[in-house]
Design a protein around this ligand. Sequence first.
Ligand code: IMP
Length: 436
Amino acid sequence: MANIVIVGAQWGDEAKGKIVDYLANDKEMVVRYGGGNNAGHSVTVGNILYKFHLIPSGILNCDTVCVISDGVVIDPGVLVKEIKGLHAQGLSTSNLKISSSAHVILPYHRLQDELEERRRGDTKIGTTGRGIGPAYMDKAARVGLRLGEFVRPDRFESRMTSLLAAKNESLAKLYGAEPLDVHKTLEEYRDYADYLRPYVMDTSRLIYEAARGEKGVLFEGAQGTLLDLDLGTYPFVTSSHPIAGGACIGTGIGPTFIDGVIGVAKSYTTRVGAGVFPTEQVNEIGEYIRERGHEYGTTTGRPRRCGWLDTVILRYSVQVNGMSCLSLGHLDVLSGLDEVKICVAYREPDGSLITQMPTDLPYREELEPVYETLPGWKEDVSAVREYTDLPENAKLFAKRVAELIEIPIGTLSVGPGREQTIIFEDVIQSRCKKRR
Ligand code: IMP
């Protein structure tokens, strides 16, 4: 079977977990390759809602090996809580493997995230406050702590003590921060290290073997393309690489092992935090979408900014991810509207049109979205299971999106449940074919 990357095609929160959960069924392994507990996936199975922040949602399939790989930053307290939470729900984590090369988020990273946002004032990014950026900063500055070292009893105390002393000094100087209590932090984090030790290993070889195997690997992206550090709407981005290429950097797998990339998008657009959002609707449409789509952060609970679908953004996503097909979701949320809009271009003040996303989009507030208006559908589509049963106008919408982004639709989703997915198996099979 093919090795497939699932990637967020917008600004995150596209409900990637559901499609991962579906495709994980026949895969040997699911790998989470970037980000940290700034992400949040919800998967509904039957009446039970599972929420994940770090553990790949593939954990719901007991035969699937789930890996948190090198590119992820791990808050040990959060991960321990998540593992214990799964046990309390009767799920096993014996198939969970965590990379010894993943970096550890320590309490000073969270503190630094908060202090730095406060210092930025009006120009703040609106981070999740989970210490993600500072942890990646330390990684790049080569002063981070990797999980493999964190769980080694002979290294733990000396490394933690020297890191805490150095950070206490720099945070006091930079922000006038109170020092963290070294003794208390060591006590707390030693327990986490002991708990996580059995899960920690060199995962790159494991992933390589699975990627060469019969059943293949599913690479689970976190956040979304437009939040990518290099290719997103900088500086209002996260500090990792959510794009499909991040799956190679974050796992150690070479690009020739990736057989297909499935981009996940909503039938509209959302964004949390600050930054450019051309199709945002600060009006009753935005509220309609937010309430019907329950658009509040899984991780932070923040209300998400909502707006119409933007195919300029989506085309860019198709381009930078080498997207094979699209998983279009939340079609049910748009039910009940007289008309629905799709942004097809941006208009310059001189009237000329831009159809490809400009890289300076974050500073182009003068650009106006150009919409195509389609007739809406009144029917509740959440019980639809076959494409043919969708209202004609919903089909028209999906078809037009596929035309505008020039790739086919692999799945259409009409609700959060596992069964609320219309799957075009032929599209997925033909576009994500095993190449080796
Ligand atoms: P950070 O990743 O916490 O540093 O936040 C940087 C930016 O990325 C902020 O605008 C966050 O709201 C956004 N962000 C980070 N993770 C997610 C996510 O999983 N979904 C949506 N937005 C996210």
